[in-house]
Ligand binder design. Structure first.
Ligand code: ACO
Length: 451
């Protein structure tokens, strides 16, 4: 099959949020620490009415309905998540209840887990399935979803929650480019979840940032050398129209784009360095691994890359800034943001690079080619048109005070994994069509209803 990639996208986020500026006051940190220092405006969060299963049920229901897809036309469905409710039963099998009416049980795929990377692994698997001898002509459906919550303390403002669903198939408007994918995997304890009774990770914040930046260097260098055409100049930022990242918080992404420029600088000839990177002579012999927390280099390349950031990366940060880190859907929330910020005509023919990072660690850089046809009724125009609800929906969310946010977090913390359990939070605050947890019985069996 030709042009295998993403045909349709859907994104959901919680209907309530806490304002980061109010959280700064409540947490008694200096004003600007979360809003400027981390670059976050609002953080979405879930009450005890939503869990990983309900988020996935909602996003799949929405995608199928909005795009008018029948459940019998799906031949593969897999979920990438790090929000674990059950050590054996996959979220994918929970989603199979949506397929019951159609009679379709012939659906490959289960869950994939590694921190924020599971969604990317699921996407790669699904693309491979369409390209393989096992393909039966039907669509694949990829779901990335998480509830990102941290214990009280400095990591808490980097939480978030949400889900993205992606319809994968042939003749897609967003085509995964072949032969350029670059991967970097290692064993590290930067962020992990060893306590199965808690929703919270064990995090070494500084180490996780260092691991993220070093994985970015590794993936980018490999990606550039695989993209390099024989006899041409170095492949680099100037050959990409947009660069999207996994978004732990927006400020780290701005630093990451600056870091790609530092990578380009290191690869450049001495002559190019002088002409294209004025004022950087002092850095010409730097070793990348010595520079993760080098303030002078960071400042210089943040300044040099400012307009590149504004052009190629900032449009992808809308959802991350408004909802926070959604973990596995974070990168794909970036893709949704890019699509709604740019529109079909502006996107047509563009080359978009994506960097996926999951602690522990697993990371990849890959790219999408956007189809040239943005005419009315084209697949690209349909994909864009089916995302116009996102921006208005961000605006109609309910603002919750930091006090109430904290008490909701406590309810989650006390009741996580409790059985039997009846959730307490009201359901009328949820967006119409949202699936929610109705009850958990004594055998930990969960049942759901729809608003
Ligand atoms: N105004 C403006 N900026 C401020 C202010 C202020 N009043 N106060 C602090 N800042 C800046 C700091 O200078 C710092 O900037 P820098 O990043 O350029 O150094 C930034 O705000 C953050 O402040 P720190 O004191 O470094 O923050 P802290 O150590 O308290 O926590 C951290 C930050 C480590 C990111 C924490 O939130 C965390 O552990 N998060 C979870 C882990 C994470 O997201 N890791 C990233 C990759 S892995 C993943 O995706 C989970």
């Amino acid at each position: 099959p030709a042009d295998v990639g993403i045909i349709a996208l859907e994104l959901i986020f919680p209907s309530q949020y806490v304002e980061q500026a109010e959280l700064e006051v409540y947490d008694k940190v200096s004003p600007g620490k979360y809003t400027v220092g981390l670059g976050q405006a609002r953080m979405g969060f879930c009450t005890d009415r939503e869990d990983i299963n309900s988020l996935c049920l909602t996003v799949v229901t929405r995608l199928m309905k909005r795009n008018n897809i029948s459940y019998s036309s799906i031949g593969r469905l897999e979920v990438g998540t790090e929000t674990i409710l059950d050590k054996s039963k996959s979220v994918k099998t929970v989603l199979m209840q949506l397929f019951e009416e159609s009679g379709n049980t012939d659906v490959e795929g289960v869950d994939t887990i590694n921190a924020c990377y599971g969604g990317t692994a699921a996407l790669f698997n699904s693309v491979s399935w369409v390209e393989s001898s096992a393909w039966d002509g039907r669509f694949a459906l990829v779901v990335a979803a998480d509830i990102a919550v941290y214990a009280k303390g400095n990591a808490r403002p980097t939480g978030g929650a949400g889900a993205v669903a992606m319809l994968v198939g042939a003749n897609a408007p967003l085509v995964l480019k072949r032969g350029v994918r670059a991967t970097h995997m290692r064993h590290v304890y930067d962020f992990y979840k060893p306590d199965l009774m808690s929703e919270y990770p064990t995090v070494d914040g500084k180490l996780s940032i260092q691991c993220y930046l070093s994985a970015l260097d590794q993936c980018y260098q490999q990606f550039c050398s695989k993209s390099q055409k024989h006899g041409e100049e170095h492949f680099g930022l100037k050959h990409l129209d947009a660069v999207l990242f996994h978004v732990p918080y927006c400020k780290l992404v701005q630093k990451s784009l600056a870091r790609l420029m530092l990578n380009d600088f290191v690869q450049a000839s001495e002559e190019e360095q002088l002409v294209q990177y004025p004022g950087c002579e002092a850095f010409k012999n730097v070793r990348l691994e010595d520079t993760y927390f080098d303030r002078d280099i960071e400042k210089m390349f943040m300044t040099l890359s400012k307009s590149t950031f504004e052009e190629k990366t900032q449009p992808s940060l809308l959802v991350a800034n408004q909802v926070g880190n959604m973990y596995t859907p974070s990168l794909y929330g970036g893709l949704v943001s890019l699509v709604i910020s740019r529109g079909a005509h502006d996107l047509a023919g563009k080359h978009v690079a994506l960097f996926s990072y999951g602690s522990g660690l697993a990371s990849s850089m890959f790219s999408l080619h956007v189809s040239l046809d943005a005419s009315p009724g084209s697949p690209l125009q349909r994909l864009v048109a089916n995302l116009t609800h996102i921006k208005p929906q961000l605006e109609i969310r309910h603002k919750i005070s930091p006090e109430e946010f904290e008490s909701i977090m406590e309810i989650r913390e006390c009741n996580h994994h409790k059985a039997p359990y009846t959730p307490q939070a009201p359901v009328d605050i949820l967006f119409p069509g949202t699936w929610y947890l109705d009850s958990v019985d004594a055998l930990h069996r969960r049942s759901y209803k729809q608003v």
